[in-house]
Design a protein around this ligand. Sequence first.
Ligand code: NAX
Length: 338
Amino acid sequence: MVAPIRALVTGAAGQIGYSLVIEIAKGDVFGPEQPVELVMLDLPFCAQSLDGVKMELQDCALPTLVGVEALTDEAAAFKNIDYAFLVGAMPRREGMERKDLLAANVKIFKSQGKSLAEHAKPTTKVIVVGNPANTNAFICAKYAAPKIPAENFSAMTRLDHNRALAQVAAKAGVTIGAVKNVIIWGNHSSTQFPDVRHAKVTKDGKEVDAYTAVNDNAFLQGEFISIVQKRGAAIIERRKFSSAMSAAKAACDHIRDWHVGTQPGQFISMAVPSDGSYGVPQGLIFSFPVQICPDTKKWKIVQGLELDEFAKGKIDVTTKELIEERDEALKACEEANM
Ligand code: NAX
């Protein structure tokens, strides 16, 4: 029998968790033949509802789900895991300043970084969904080092990427499968730069640039960018809750591609530690276009894409924000003597 994959979801009693655990459990991420042991972690006050989620998963009678645990103990949850979906985070409360939010999350992700180093497999791959996702991933990687290499840490910008695909498809009058290679650069925040300069669209049997297919430069350099940047807020306005189903689907896309590799000629957006590409300071967790090798399962930042002045300016803004966040988070580590 194939050895099971042990996957941890933190914040599993939350909104995204509820959509995410079923997708992992039924094989949408690791495939229909791959047994999965699902570990769910949440805070002690959520123990009862987490138990309810576990019961529902059992009742789904899924052949791929060979084990399911509902835990509130961090050390036990991180034990021997292969993948970590870090969804749980401190939400922004009314009146809370950005600095306080960062400090609260630094604590959580420092602790989880240490738990990864102490209990997880050295090969564990991590996606951070909980916001501020890029900076949380940075802190987590810092405390999981050197046991787990920095390249195993990522933050999710796949939802933004999928939103961009959907907008281009709608505007070009094609289906989603006909669009590829949009890019989200930078932070998972409103400074992110959704870029379609290198995207391709298959229309009427021919592959053309997204700019040609959409035929509306003003839209692609204006409204399109702000629609993608503000899509989360637009969903909250209507649903009164933040994106959950689409966020869970994006987390699955992210880890599935990391697990099996990307298609030839395709790139996806993923926030990973910068190697200095495109002038982004080394180590910053920054969303880049990446390709994943199906054999080694390692990501590589797509090189050599040309950036015009417009793109450079946008990338500069999001880089500055991430540097600021990183420095504030590091300061919070120092102040809390961590
Ligand atoms: P919910 O508030 O519904 O759920 C979060 C859950 O995490 C709660 O059950 C909470 O008890 C738990 N939790 C908090 N601290 C924890 C800890 N230290 N250990 C374990 N569990 C902990 O939020 P939800 O809507 O599910 O969103 C979760 C996170 O995803 C938020 O930080 C949110 O901002 C972020 N998002 C990130 C996105 C991205 O693209 N990167 C998009 C969607 C989402 O907004």
